[in-house]
Design a binder for this molecule. Structure first.
Ligand code: IMP
Ligand code: MG
Length: 177
């Protein structure tokens, strides 16, 4: 089994690059179908979703824009439950079809906060697209329109996701062992 060490912890490969790519293509097709004739504004949430967003956007041929927002709620491997907004909205989203792009939805608190913040700017619609979802970890209800993969309630790194800032630069996704 392929393992990596990130700082003081060991991780084993759990989702391969090929599987990630397939699921992204599937979701990209769904988005293209649902947004035909529209010009959506993709809003990836930094830092974690930068790799996913880059791959997803290159599978989508709709006319679209991309703008980034940065939020953080994690310290080490534990969610803090407190969300800090680091970089705010840089683009006017009024009357726009906004698609939030997230790396992972865990407790759902980050996404709930994000949706609440964006709604104040009167977009035409808000959709949520996440690479990963931990269904057993959800603490609040969030509408999830597009989800590449559901995973168990374990801590993962890679493909943009980090452990204490490290481990983002892998092609596969790894689970803590
Ligand atoms: P939530 O607010 O609990 O849903 O947390 C969402 C955010 O926590 C994500 O955008 C990630 O940045 C981070 N996160 C949640 N689970 C993991 C994980 O297993 N590994 C790395 N980061 C995670
Ligand atoms: Mg994130």
């Amino acid at each position: 089994m392929k393992t990596i060490t990130v700082k003081d912890k060991q991780f084993a490969v759990s989702i391969t690059e090929a599987d990630i790519k397939n699921e992204i293509r599937r979701v990209a097709t769904e988005i293209e179908r649902d947004f035909q004739g529209k010009e959506p504004l993709f809003l990836p949430v930094l830092n974690g979703s930068f790799v996913f967003a880059a791959d997803l956007l290159r599978e989508i041929s709709l006319p679209c824009e991309v703008s980034f927002i940065k939020l953080a709620s994690y310290m080490g491997t534990q969610t803090t439950g407190q969300i800090r907004e680091v970089i705010g909205l840089a683009t006017d989203i009024t009357d726009r079809h906004v698609i939030i792009v997230e790396d992972i939805i865990d407790s759902g608190l980050t996404m709930a906060h994000m949706i609440e913040t964006l709604e104040k700017h009167n977009p035409a619609s808000i959709s949520v697209c996440t690479l990963l979802l931990k269904p057993d970890s959800l603490r609040v209800q969030v509408p999830i329109d597009y989800c590449c993969m559901k995973i168990p309630n374990d801590f993962i790194v890679g493909y943009g996701l980090d452990y204490d800032g490290f481990g983002r630069n892998t092609r596969d996704i790894y689970t803590l062992i």
